[in-house]
Design a protein around this ligand. Structure first.
Ligand SMILES: Cc1cc2nc3c(=O)[nH]c(=O)nc-3n(C[C@H](O)[C@H](O)[C@H](O)COP(=O)(O)OP(=O)(O)OC[C@H]3O[C@@H](n4cnc5c(N)ncnc54)[C@H](O)[C@@H]3O)c2cc1C
Length: 397
């Protein structure tokens, strides 16, 4: 007979959103089961984000899982903008009462959250996909690829942008706001020590280039490339030629090394509203995707988990009968998500080169110069930018 487990919250997806929620629920003595289609090796091999907002670090610290983050990660306090042969450094920490980012690779965050949950005795099932979701008024049932099922009072869909949870939401219930950006990025990781202790965003007539820290020996680079280009059009030699040209500054040297991963990025943004459907919640990339400029995706995913844990705790305290109390999850998360979308969009348009064959390209390029000028000349503008970049303060209580 196929095995069935009953729990309180079934969490589909062991990425940053799902594992953060699992740890938070577990810390409150709440039962949950986390399932992921990836096995441990696949899960810990996904090198993606690396910029942790102040509140994300605070959340991981509150879970008691920040030891490695503080030992191996780096505090990231500012960012350099290069354009038209000029460069300027914006010290976000100085503008935001000492607050900063931490640079720590996403796969290490996932490793720490996974270890924390497993060590605490959490039920984590890796290498088994959720295939079908049946959500009713009294609870949810998730059918797994190994023939077993997990039943729960609630389902947390933290299964990324291509997961099954969002797809299981009946048509007509949710609104998906989506936009495709007019830019395309080639993103790569190179075995090369960072060439500066901070992020560099370069606006260049040949297109945007980004230099982002990951570790002492690995650097992430982004390159704006023509829309429609395939990875094959970008052999390593061409990549380095472009990076050298676009990031160039007199007296500064770009550290180069073997390229260890190279991908075209789908430059799309999406928000699903609302983020709750009866007993099903969407978290992280399942609920929203955001252009990678500004490094917000993983941070929003963890912030969703924090809010959902908080709303579920409040629901129980109020007697656990009134499902409409759970609407707070969407109500509290959406303003933050849209704020991040707006910031990411503004940063994208501050640093990219518009297609010169379009009618308004020259005008938009000058608007861009104005934004960069304000960033260096107006403390109020720079402070607002710093607050958005470092992110809002953590939710306490
Ligand atoms: C190149 C790149 C750079 C980025 N840089 C940054 C950055 O600097 N800062 C930042 O904050 N964000 C960044 N992001 C975005 C960030 O990586 C994502 O927003 C983040 O991974 C979202 O976390 P998540 O937990 O919602 O989803 P995911 O990390 O996608 O996790 C979803 C999990 O669900 C599992 N799953 C899917 N379907 C099923 C199923 N049917 N059954 C069971 N399990 C399933 C998957 O295996 C996966 O483990 C970047 C993304 C990319 C691609």
């Amino acid at each position: 007979m196929p095995q069935e487990t009953t729990t309180r919250v079934v969490i589909v997806g062991a990425g940053p959103a799902g594992l953060a929620l699992g740890n938070l629920l577990h810390a409150r003595g709440e039962r949950c089961v986390v399932v992921d289609k990836f096995d441990r090796r696949q899960l810990l091999g996904r090198a993606r984000a690396g910029l942790l907002e102040y509140r994300t670090v605070a959340t991981i610290e509150r879970m008691g899982l920040a030891k490695r983050l503080f030992a191996e990660g780096h505090r990231h306090t500012g960012c350099e903008f290069r354009s038209a042969g000029q460069r300027s450094y914006t010290d976000f920490a100085e503008l935001y009462e000492g607050r900063s980012h931490h640079v720590y690779p996403q796969q290490e965050v996932v490793a720490d959250l996974l270890a924390g949950l497993v060590e605490a005795g959490g039920d984590v099932r890796l290498g088994v996909a959720a295939e079908r979701i049946v959500a009713g008024e009294d609870g949810v049932r998730v059918h797994l690829a190994d023939g077993s099922t997990v039943r729960g009072e609630f389902l947390a869909g933290a299964d990324g942008q291509h997961g099954v949870t969002r797809a299981s939401v009946p048509e007509g219930i949710a609104t998906e706001y989506e936009m495709r950006h007019e830019f395309q990025w080639l993103t790569l990781l190179a075995e090369a020590a960072p060439s500066a202790d901070w992020t560099i965003y370069a606006q260049h007539e040949r297109g945007f280039a980004g230099h982002l820290l990951r570790s002492d020996s690995v650097t992430r680079f982004h390159l704006q490339v023509p829309v429609g280009d395939a990875v094959e059009a970008w052999p390593d030699e061409r990549v380095w030629t472009e990076l050298r040209a676009r990031l160039a500054y007199p007296g500064w040297t770009l550290n180069e090394g073997p390229v260890i991963s190279k991908n075209m990025l789908d430059m799309r943004s999406r928000v699903v509203e609302p983020m709750r459907f009866g007993r099903v919640f969407l978290l992280g990339d399942a609920a929203h995707i955001i252009s990678p400029s500004g490094g917000k995706g993983m941070n929003l995913a963890v912030a969703d988990a924090v809010e959902l844990d908080r709303v579920l705790a409040g629901f129980d305290e109020a007697g656990g009968a009134d499902l409409s109390a759970l609407d707070r999850y969407s109500e509290r998360r959406l303003p933050d998500i849209w704020r991040a979308q707006e910031f990411s969009h503004a940063l994208l348009h501050m640093m990219h080169t518009y297609d010169s064959t379009t009618q308004d390209a020259a005008f938009r390029q000058r608007l861009q110069q104005s934004r960069l000028w304000q960033l260096t000349q107006s403390e109020a503008y720079a402070t607002s930018f710093a607050r958005s970049y470092i992110g809002p303060l953590p939710i306490i209580g």
